[in-house]
Ligand binder design. Structure first.
Ligand SMILES: *Cc1c(COP(=O)(O)O)cnc(C)c1O
Length: 414
């Protein structure tokens, strides 16, 4: 990170002085709470929100120097903003990255990664199990700009390898996948991408750095929708990209010119979210594990998809690259689409919304919402049946969540 010199200077003043607060060598939980705060002379304890679009120069000569760079000083909030930088430095620490760059949304994190590091004529190999809008981005928009894309079945390493071409510059995946919790081998793909001279980009939304650190497993770049678990309470839309400085430099250049930067208010909400991320993720995992095991025993349930279950095909791999199984699960009920809809409509605690990563439990019918744009054939190929229901397990009491499931089961009969 660019401002390390301040870090060392402040560690001797026990974080009371003006300047950057960072505890050298500190652990994840500590970094999630302390990293990156650049305290002003006001001596504020919580991180301030710099609600300003531009910054004052000390003199005409100072203005000229700041415009010229390369000193990282503030000019305009499309370029840099202290609250946003605080968020970026904290994420970089948590993902073990040299640098992070915040964006206006998760989608703009992915778009900015592509626009910064790809050009017309390049080829990308993508997992076919991605967030629906990401599939549209790669399948429609990027192709209009001359970027060739091949989608592959994500757990089949041979398909990835066979899809590589001379012009392959990027491999893109999301693990565990949504909604079936397929676990994709990041270490194996890191070898394939290195051999191909391509970048391995991992969307780490479902795990967050609490449960999975893709850069340590060999990925080159991590992207996030901060909208989900990083906020954790469904308040703001935002995104972030993390990786090596050489790549982040390209992202910064793109964002300054194209403009999908994060607002300082949102950065502040995400900073507050990060402070409790570890506690929340641990609690999400515990609730999801308990619910998955309980659903697995219910007579009206055909099958549960959660990598925390030993019967899940990705269980061992998940254990080897994650430190927990996450908060999202799905299950097939014994019945058809009408039964699934009746189940969903009978719940009263679960929020009926496509969002996830919230302290409030959410429920959705993937086949007619998040994956509704797929043709029947593609949906069948993706394994998304009409009887499938997805739950993003929140932090309400587990017994209340089970009670809500029982309302659903009652509505479809036993
Ligand atoms: C929500 C989501 C995105 C997109 O993020 P936005 O903040 O909604 O733009 C990308 N990837 C995954 C896995 C998501 O869940």
């Amino acid at each position: 990170m660019s401002d390390k010199k301040n870090t060392d200077q402040n560690s001797s003043s026990r974080n009371r002085a003006v300047g950057r607060t960072s505890i050298p060598g500190s652990m994840f939980e500590t970094q999630a709470i302390r990293e990156g705060h650049n305290r002003t002379h006001e001596g504020e304890h919580a991180e301030p929100i710099f609600a300003t679009s531009s910054f004052i120069f000390e003199s005409a000569a100072d203005a000229a120097a700041r415009f010229k760079g390369p000193e990282p000083s503030n000019v305009y909030s499309r370029y840099t903003n202290p609250t946003v930088r605080n968020f970026e430095e904290r994420i970089a620490a948590l993902e073990g990255a040299e640098q992070a760059v915040a964006t206006a949304s998760g989608m703009s994190a992915i778009l900015s990664t592509c626009m910064s590091l790809l050009k017309a004529g390049d080829h990308v190999v993508c997992s076919s199990s991605l967030f629906g809008t990401t599939i549209s981005l790669f399948g429609n928009i990027m192709q209009r700009f001359g970027v060739e894309v091949t989608f592959v079945a994500p757990t089949d390493m041979l398909e990835w390898e066979n899809a590589i071409k001379d012009n392959t510059e990027m491999l893109f995946l999301e693990t565990p996948s949504n909604p079936l919790s397929e676990v994709i081998d990041i270490r194996a793909l890191a070898v394939i991408s290195k051999n191909a001279g391509a970048l391995l980009v991992v969307d780490n939304v479902f795990c967050t750095p609490v449960l999975q650190r893709p850069l340590e497993l060999g990925a080159d770049i991590v992207v996030h929708s901060a909208t989900k678990y990083i906020d954790g309470q469904g308040r703001c839309v935002g995104g972030v990209v993390a990786g090596r400085a050489e790549h982040m430099k390209e992202l910064v250049a793109f964002l300054r010119t194209a403009g999908p930067t994060m607002s300082p208010f949102n950065a502040w909400v995400f900073l507050k979210g990060l402070e409790t991320l570890k506690l929340r993720m641990d609690a999400h995992c515990a609730n999801a594990q308990a619910l998955a095991q309980w659903l697995d025993e219910q007579p009206q349930v055909e099958r549960v998809y959660y990598s925390g279950l030993e019967s899940h095909p990705g269980h061992e791999l998940a254990k080897s690259q994650q430190t927990g199984f996450g908060g999202v699960l799905s299950f097939e009920i014994k019945g058809d689409k009408t039964a699934a809809w009746n189940f969903i409509d009978a719940t009263i605690l679960c929020s009926l919304t496509a969002n996830l990563g919230d302290v409030k439990t959410t429920i959705v019918h993937p086949a007619t919402t998040t994956h509704g744009r797929l043709t029947d054939e593609l949906r069948a190929e993706a394994g998304i049946k009409d009887s499938l229901i997805r739950i993003a397990v929140g932090l309400e009491h587990i017994e209340d969540i089970k009670q809500d499931m029982l309302r659903g089961f009652a509505a479809i009969g036993c």
